[in-house]
Write a protein that binds this ligand. Structure first.
Ligand code: C2E
Ligand code: CA
Ligand code: CA
Length: 529
């Protein structure tokens, strides 16, 4: 199967940002659910509101129609009689007593012949023609304004009928007052409609809310479009929506943190390796003259939350998981670049010690690290030393012997760390061709103490000397210890008396100062000659 560049990029992206994408997905799900809930809630709220407004409009309009019924009932007995001033006055009286009724008229052969508006009989002309045969109907009001519509309610007696008119403008204003932004429509049972213009364009989509009048004379309806739902949500539920967005963001961030948090110490260690959190610190090693001639690399874990963690807390787990290999590679590579940048301040044959665990002696990974390290420096510039503790046994000595042989061939020296604390010192020294021994700090600390059993320290120091190999005394904390060790021919010293393990940049600064100091000394004129 071939991977296209695009697919490869996608896979890399997903694996790198897996936690981020998952957290985003979680946040989006919460947002979708939350907004979905708010939308449904808003929808039902708006529908209830529209129903409520339709009910009010229905009641008000029904009231007006009832008034019209009363008016035409009163006018019906006047039908058939001639339109005398008395009849017209009576129609006027009926109309005036009905506040929502504009006129009450008598119609014969489709023409108004008597009206509450005039005190005389009307002529048959275009203005008095009424072409309505429904019970409730809309017609153009012709008396004063031919463009204005008017609503009529009629009650027939044979060929004649009494009609009451209701102002459509008044109905529209009433609907507008009730509905406000919500469009309400009155549909008569002859399908004629009265509505008023709102900011929403008329639509056939959306939810229809319809309410029939008591006697099915008309229907009050409203169609709720998606735009209306959206506007309602934005204007009424923006606080809930903003809260929902905030909650989704908080959940995303929290989720991301939780996902990023490793579930076990082992995973935490793996994460730290990926994030390059293991840093090398350098503790100076000084010679008999007190000059820094080398350093030991001591690993520190710079944890983002816990701060600096000492090696004893994580090295055992790193050894068990095999992560110690990659951690060693990381610190050695980091130190290499510091040394390369500052090589001019280092004395030739600079002693650089690195600790290796017994489990690293079972393969040649460490050898590869050393090879890459050594090849970066000119010959003789840096002397790499692998420190191996004698506290723990090396299980497979065959592998270790091969590794040490290859290391020796490369010019890497082997130091026996914590000398005196194990039980196999001499056997190790013979078997592995040990080049350096490091007297354990527990012996150094006995020097100068009141109850120092001097023969123990003497024996360890003498044994080291008699083996005729270089000796480094570690854990030197005071001048008494230094003096004692010097008297016993120890050549190299390491301990808080000189310096604690230092960040590489600070260590390099010290090397620079030492190098400048030495140059100044060499340049100073000699008085002897
Ligand atoms: P070690 O190799 O015996 O390192 C010497 C330890 O003594 C260091 O502790 C150092 O900080 C401490 N020390 C130095 N001078 C003095 C002193 O004057 N007084 C006292 N009291 N202590 C002093 P650290 O750095 O905590 O390292 C502890 C151990 O962790 C090391 O013991 C070594 O066994 C292991 N370790 C450190 N770095 C590495 C590494 O990169 N790889 C492996 N495999 N082990 C490491
Ligand atoms: Ca060591
Ligand atoms: Ca040691």
């Amino acid at each position: 199967m071939t991977l296209t560049c695009k697919n490869w990029f996608l896979i890399r992206f997903v694996t790198c940002y897996k936690h981020f994408l998952l957290a985003m997905l979680l946040g989006l799900s919460v947002l979708t659910l939350g907004l979905g809930g708010i939308y449904l809630h808003g929808r039902s709220n708006l529908e209830d509101l529209v129903k409520e407004k339709a009910t009010i409009a229905n009641a008000l309009f029904q009231n007006t129609i009832d008034e019209a019924h009363v008016a035409i009932n009163k006018a019906t007995p006047l039908l058939g009689a001639a339109c005398t001033p008395a009849t017209a006055a009576e129609l006027k009286r009926i109309s005036v007593l009905s506040p929502n009724i504009r006129t009450v008229n008598l119609v014969k052969d489709d023409y108004i012949y008597c009206s509450s508006l005039f005190s005389k009989a009307l002529k048959r002309n275009a203005n008095t023609r009424i072409a309505g045969d429904s019970h409730l109907f809309l017609a153009t009001h012709n008396y004063f304004n031919p463009n204005e519509k008017i609503l009529f309610l009629s009650s027939a007696v044979g060929e004649t009928y009494a009609i009451a008119s209701i102002d459509v403008q008044y109905i529209k204003k009433t609907l507008k007052t009730i509905g406000q932004k919500i469009p309400l429509t009155i549909t008569l049972n002859n399908q004629q409609r009265v509505t008023y213009a709102t900011s929403y364009s008329e639509t056939e989509d959306g939810t229809l809310i319809a309410l029939n009048s008591r006697d099915d004379e008309f229907t009050i309806s409203s169609r709720i479009s998606q735009t209306m739902y959206l506007d309602y949500m934005l204007s009424h539920l923006y606080i809930s929506m903003s809260l929902c967005v905030i909650i989704a963001i908080v959940i995303s961030i929290n989720g991301y943190r939780q996902l990023k948090r490793p579930r076990s110490l082992q995973e935490e260690l793996r994460r730290a390796v990926k994030e390059n959190e293991f840093l090398p610190y350098l503790q100076p090693i000084v010679n008999h003259q007190g000059r820094v001639c080398g350093a030991e690399i001591l690993m520190r874990w710079h944890h983002p939350n816990q701060g600096f963690i000492m090696p004893e807390l994580f090295i055992p787990l790193a050894e068990d998981t095999g992560l110690i290999n990659v951690m060693t590679t990381q610190v050695l590579t980091s130190v290499k670049s510091y040394l390369l940048q500052n090589h001019q301040y280092l004395p030739d044959g600079f002693h650089l010690a690195i600790n290796i665990s017994p489990c690293q002696c079972n393969d040649l990974l460490f050898y590869k690290d050393c090879l890459s390290f050594m090849s970066a420096f000119p010959e003789g510039k840096v002397k790499l030393v692998a420190e191996l503790t004698e506290r723990e046994f090396i299980k497979d000595t065959g592998h270790a012997a091969l590794l040490f042989e290859k290391l020796h061939n490369l010019g890497v020296q082997i130091a026996l760390d914590d000398f005196g604390t194990g039980h196999s010192s001499l056997a190790y020294i013979n078997q592995f061709n040990i080049d350096i021994i490091k007297i354990d700090k527990s012996f150094t600390h006995l020097i100068g103490s009141v109850d120092m059993p001097s023969h123990i320290v003497d024996n360890v120091v003498d044994l080291a000397n008699r083996l005729n190999i270089d000796v480094v005394a570690e854990g030197v904390e005071n001048a008494t210890q230094e003096t004692y060790l010097k008297q016993h021919n120890i050549q190299f010293f390491q301990g808080y008396l000189y310096d604690k393990p230092l960040p590489p940049a600070i260590f390099m600064q010290k090397m620079k100062e030492q190098s400048h100091g030495q140059k100044r000394l060499q340049a100073a004129p000699s008085f002897e000659g």
